[in-house]
Design a protein around this ligand. Structure first.
Ligand code: V47
Length: 351
């Protein structure tokens, strides 16, 4: 599919129930871009706190205060201890994402990055903080997004994760994350990061109260920014997991819709090189199936370091995979797993 897909065409492809056709179109594009490669890395997450000022109705992870059962907040010593505990198998990336804690400010977030940098070897890339957390840092410091990002970059943050995008439609946002960074600001922060030479990811939370049209609008907004900056490396469709949150009554959407969403994402986002099938959220089987609908990246080994999805009811209650597990999943789908660094450079296998 050499030509760019228009808005109406994207919507009508989404209506189709011809999964073979969608898989074929998406696979053709993914193979043009990435051949038979399925990328993964050796990584772990650091989630410094789950105490959050925002009350997103899809979230099972947040706690209201440090006094509430099930809450945690790490001090700098605990961040260092955590890094020592999790860095075990030649990991090349730490992904830092947490919450918007009512009492933490830019200085704390900079100290976390400092601590991580001191504790881990230089071969470990720091991917840190969503646009929502960065927006909060601008508020607590009075600095602009570009100034906050420059300070984070100076401390060693090289990439931004794609979280906090949810669904850009303001009326859906009003219902699922009313008081949070809006879509204009989310896009502005990523644009600033791209202007500073930082690579970033982007996401879409789907399968809750949004429509297919909302998803297409979201994808088109991302495509438009990517046309301007070229700064996104990967898009991650995040499937809403319904356990233990105010939207639990919705349940989980069906697998056909999930696979179609992967395919449509791959078809519309013709300017974003990678589509990530994030297994801690999808579970291994669905992650593997998404490889046949346009995904070319499985994220990483994780080393049981993220709670966002296990708390929301993912099958993966202690998410960790060996490189052999990841290689097997890719091979069974007819692809070849290759280890990458955070910038999608291939890491040669030691023989
Ligand atoms: O923004 C929260 C999502 C995101 C739920 O950049 C939920 O490589 C589903 O952005 N069901 C944070 N999703 C995680 C994130 C991410 C994950 C993996 C890789 C990357 C990357 C980024 O998690 C939030 C929100 O959209 N989320 N709760 C839930 N119940």
């Amino acid at each position: 599919m050499a030509r760019r897909v228009g808005y109406e065409e994207a919507l009508s492809l989404y209506e189709s129930t011809d999964l073979n056709m969608l898989s074929g179109l998406a696979s053709e594009i993914r193979e043009e871009k990435n051949g038979k490669n399925v990328y993964y890395n050796r990584n772990f997450h650091l989630e410094p706190s789950n105490v959050c000022i925002h009350r997103c109705t899809f979230c099972s992870y947040r706690r209201e205060s440090d006094q509430e059962a099930g809450s945690w907040s790490m001090d700098i010593e605990q961040v260092k201890e955590y890094c020592r505990d999790k860095y075990k198998n030649g990991e090349t990336e730490v992904h830092i994402v947490g919450s918007v804690h009512p009492e933490r400010d830019l200085n704390y977030y900079l100290s976390v990055v400092d601590a991580v940098r001191q504790e881990l070897p230089p071969s470990v890339t720091i991917k840190a903080y969503t646009a929502v957390e960065i927006d909060d840092m601008t508020k607590s410091s009075g600095l602009t997004p570009a100034e906050v990002l420059s300070r984070l970059k100076a401390k060693g943050v090289e990439l931004l994760p794609g979280g906090g995008a949810e669904i850009f439609n303001p009326s859906i946002r009003d219902q699922i994350c009313p008081d949070k960074t809006d879509s204009v600001r989310w896009l502005e922060i990523h644009k600033e990061a791209h202007n500073l030479g930082m690579r970033t990811n982007c996401t879409m939370l789907f399968g809750h109260i949004e429509s297919r049209k909302d998803r297409i609008d979201h994808l088109f907004a991302l495509r438009e920014l990517q046309d301007q900056t070229g700064g996104f490396d990967a898009f991650i469709p995040l499937l809403f997991k319904p356990a233990n949150n105010p939207l639990s009554y919705l349940g989980e959407i069906n697998i056909i819709e999930v696979l179609k969403t992967f395919a449509i994402s791959r078809i519309v986002l013709d300017n974003i090189p990678h589509i990530k099938s994030y297994w801690p959220m999808l579970g291994r089987e669905m992650c593997q199936l998404a490889l046949l609908y346009g995904a070319d990246d499985m994220d990483g080994t994780i080393n049981d370091s993220t709670k966002i999805y296990s708390m929301a009811g993912s099958k993966e209650q202690t998410p960790q995979m060996t490189t052999e597990d990841l290689e097997r999943l890719a091979a069974e789908a007819g692809y070849k797993a290759v280890e990458r660094d955070s910038f999608y450079n291939i890491i040669a296998k030691k023989s």
